[in-house]
Design a protein around this ligand. Sequence first.
Ligand SMILES: *Cc1c(COP(=O)(O)O)cnc(C)c1O
Length: 362
Amino acid sequence: MQKRIYNFSAGPAVLPEDVLKEAQKNLFALPGLGMSILEISHRSKTFDKIITEAKADLKSLLSINDDYELLFLQGGASLQFSMVPLNLMPPKNKADYIVTGSWSKKAVKEAKRVGTVNIAATTEGENFKRIPKQEELKLDPEASYVHFTSNNTIHGTEWYKEPEVGNIPLVCDASSDILHKKIDVSKYAFIYAGAQKNMGPSGVTFIIIRKNMVERSSDSLHTMLNYKIHVENNSLYNTPTTFGIYIIGLVAKWLKKLGGLDAMYRLNKEKADLLYKCIDESGGYYKGHAEKESRSLMNITFNLASEDLEKKLIAEATAAGFDGLKGHRSVGGLRASIYNAFPQKGVEDLVSFMKAFQKKNG
Ligand SMILES: *Cc1c(COP(=O)(O)O)cnc(C)c1O
């Protein structure tokens, strides 16, 4: 077996080792079937069991009630930037967007092609280093929905609590923190997440849609862009990403075995606290990008005094088996993505490495 290194990539990202081993074991032939998951029909009994169980396990992990439908679509979270307004904005064609990072901005760009976008708040003027406060939100009472990004993968900020939006349906891009803790799904009308950060491989987008939102999808929409069609066909209108759904199912079972999302959250909090403590106790040697009360538990962004020093750290860290620490080009510096599957030992080892680097280069 190959040795595995610490993978801090923002996405596609680290998956649980147990899941990889299980998938590897079954890749040649699923038990008793004589065929691989990569070879079976999406209309087969075997796949029906896989998708049904994956949905049931996700519903139980997030305590999702029967007011909601779960979908597995394609086109990434990015296609949802278009599908959300196309389906959910009419007939008023007005929506509120809270802009907290690069992904929110991309969502706004597509929504503007459909209707009027009210920027309910933005922290762009402060290079997205914080989440806006409730009192900063300027919501339009006529909006068809309010859209927000629960975790800002690039800037390393996260909402700890949903924005309060009254009776307006709340729509969330949860691509980079879905399943990192228990959330109250009943507060949301629609949640979407590209799987490749915290759920599975790339190629699948997980969606939770409240049933009364499905009624908004107009029959005049293109078939593949219509939520109603996907709900009516249980995500099988066309051939879905069968392998991706299979892996998501394994990840859901891994989370259940671990003790569910409250247990997962405790581990995530511990991991993130370790790294933020190292940053905070470095005497300013490491400077966190996000303000303390907006810090992400998933993507930890920080800088050093100079770009040269950052380059040196990244090169030495890479050589020592810590991969993917380079920050996104729009923020620079470093980013440690420590999603659900990232091991605590990897964070501990990174902290030791950072302390030793500071001692040598301080
Ligand atoms: C990665 C990411 C996206 C884009 O996902 P794709 O699946 O590549 O389209 C959108 N939103 C957030 C918050 C992300 O982290």
